[in-house]
Design a protein around this ligand. Structure first.
Ligand SMILES: NC(=O)c1ccc[n+]([C@@H]2O[C@H](COP(=O)([O-])OP(=O)(O)OC[C@H]3O[C@@H](n4cnc5c(N)ncnc54)[C@H](OP(=O)(O)O)[C@@H]3O)[C@@H](O)[C@H]2O)c1
Length: 281
């Protein structure tokens, strides 16, 4: 049996979709059913369920609010991943958890590999970096970036909302990484899992984009006819510092699974199709 935590979020939703398509049995939980910050509750919940795989999709993802709520952010992004890893070890289950491109400071000019030193710039990214370190063996720790999916708010949805009733938008062009479709993140995580080659991996859709070029792609795709201006991060005073460049190099994962990851543009195309199918576009 498979346990998914944080199952109401973007990634959790797409794991559920894939498991349903494949007829795989799973138990989906979000904090109402299983609060991952409570290790005793996790142990109690798992009793007698025959869990063989724990997929941790739960996280604290509000990068700016984390500056005000470091304790909650560390509980969810550092100590809970460790506790889930411990519990997985106790019951002999495999374990996957997720981290972020934000563990890097953006001073490199080429994609970050798993061998690059982390240098986190914010509470959120320091908590994630610690969570990676505290997670034990027989685990996959997968770093990803700029995730978007149907089940939650994300940058694509924000851009679509901002464009409604407006003919002028300004989006920063000095932050670059890879937008990643949560469906691809789930799908390729499962391909990696099948290899049993535990460890740290980068998994993002291929290609790179600035926030500006991602927004441009979304706006062109939905037929917006307004003007998109280039902004700078310094124009928007946000509490958490962000790296200018945090593109992840996913070639280690691609070599292990023997497949190339789809492009971020293809991810956005499929995400917009999903929105259309649900009448949201
Ligand atoms: N989103 C991104 O851009 C991004 C970038 C890099 C890495 N990642 C990582 O990728 C993974 C998946 O992200 P995602 O975008 O799918 O996240 P998401 O949509 O924010 O989903 C996270 C889920 O965890 C739930 N949760 C919060 N506190 C919990 C608790 N105490 N116990 C159990 N569940 C709890 C959330 O509920 P509420 O919504 O009610 O809080 C939410 O349903 C995470 O590890 C994330 O940090 C994401």
């Amino acid at each position: 049996m498979i346990l998914i935590t944080g199952a109401d979020g973007q990634l959790g939703h797409d794991y559920i979709r894939i498991f349903k398509e494949r007829g795989v049995e799973f138990i989906a939980t979000d904090y109402k059913e299983l609060d991952i910050t409570n290790i005793d509750a996790i142990r109690e919940f798992l009793k007698g369920k025959g869990i063989e795989l724990i997929i941790n999709c739960a996280a604290y993802n509000n990068v700016d609010k984390a500056e005000e709520e470091p304790e909650l952010c560390y509980a969810l992004n550092a100590y809970s991943p460790r506790d889930l890893a411990l519990v997985a070890k106790e019951i002999g289950a495999e374990y996957i958890t997720y981290s972020t491109d934000f563990v890097f400071d953006g001073t490199k000019n080429s994609p970050y590999t798993e061998e690059d030193e982390v240098s986190p710039l914010s509470v959120y990214s320091r908590a994630k970096a610690l969570g990676e370190k505290l997670t034990l063996d027989r685990s996959f720790v997968i770093r990803t970036s700029w995730v978007f999916g149907i089940a939650n708010n994300n940058f694509n949805r924000q851009v679509i909302n901002w464009s409604k009733g407006r003919d002028l938008l300004s989006i920063v062009d000095d932050q670059t990484s890879s937008p990643t479709y949560s469906y691809d993140l789930a799908l390729y995580s499962l391909k990696l899992l099948a290899t049993k080659r535990y460890g740290l991996y980068h998994l993002s859709n291929s290609g790179e984009a600035s926030k500006y070029s991602q927004a441009q792609y979304v706006l062109d795709s939905i037929g917006w006819t307004g003007t998109l201006n280039r902004g700078k991060s310094s124009d928007f005073k946000l509490p958490a510092k962000r790296a200018e460049y945090s593109k992840l190099d996913s070639s280690k994962l691609e070599a292990v699974i023997g497949e190339k990851l789809p492009t971020w543009q293809s991810g956005i195309d499929r995400f917009l199709d999903e929105m259309k199918m649900r009448g949201e576009l």
